[in-house]
Ligand binder design. Sequence first.
Ligand SMILES: Cc1ncc(C[n+]2csc(CCOP(=O)(O)OP(=O)(O)O)c2C)c(N)n1
Length: 322
Amino acid sequence: MRELSVDEVLAMYECMVRIRHFEEKVAEVYAKGIMPGLAHLYTGEEAVATGVCYALEPTDYITSTHRGHGHVIAKGADLGPMMAELFGKETGYCQGKGGSMHIADFEKGILGANGVVGGGIPIATGAGLAIKLRKGKEVVACFFGDGASNQGAFHESLNMAGLWKLPVIYVCENNYYGISVSKKRHQAIDDIAVRAASYGMPGVTVDGNDVLAVRQAAEEAVERARKGEGPTLLVCNTYRWRGHHEGDPNRGARYRSKEEIEEWMAKCPIKRCEEYLRSKGVSDNKFEAIKAAVDKEIEEALKFAESSPYPDESMALRDVYA
Ligand SMILES: Cc1ncc(C[n+]2csc(CCOP(=O)(O)OP(=O)(O)O)c2C)c(N)n1
């Protein structure tokens, strides 16, 4: 694998900072009670979305989950309409009718986040089939959690994709919990990648807190898919720092210990990337400049969301299909 240039790694660093800071703002606003609906934050998992999406071309596709802010930001979603959607405003990606779990931007290849656990897996598989039928060169990256990998839709989709050699990268974000149920209590296996063997595709497990490792594994999977060699199951081991959603107290008293949370926080993917870049001669001033520029962007997105109108009642049934 070629070594990435410092600029390529810096771009991924900036993306991870954008995801982290966007969500820190969401947590702050949410705590004030002015944001409706639910917010499932991705904090701690930023290297997965970033490493995978930076292995893709703008013309490639992704499907996302209920914990999807990171995926869509990494694929290029605009922060203004994202924040507006979270506020339920008319200028949001779904005119304020979808909220945090329903960000889609077809022009950017974002086929949708999804509140249904495992719901994005058959959608990605269908997109892969469409690409194959029209002899396209695009690939689809499909994000889902360890819990979702127990769903029937996962097994049926991987079986079809393996059989038909569809250009899909199934990215399992193993954060070791499905809400409050630990992986040990919901899965009989340790390594989710072993499931790939049942469906005739490679299963690869990487350190999901190492953006370089994720990017390398994703690039290999993308190359396979583009060459017509079929799908890959890529399992990224990582951890969510916050509760399942904002409102889950997450103080280490309920379903996971404070020590466990702190142990993973010490493996911060952003700090790790910073250390790598420092070893390549990048100065702290550069990191601070990136953070300041990202914060400015987020403040603008917030202003845009706050000053946007709520949708009119007459919009309630528009875009509803039955
Ligand atoms: C089909 C379906 N079943 C159950 C739920 C309720 N639910 C929401 S999130 C979640 C856990 C998902 O865990 P995982 O797939 O590991 O993703 P994570 O939240 O850890 O990112 C469940 C069971 C749902 N939204 N959809």
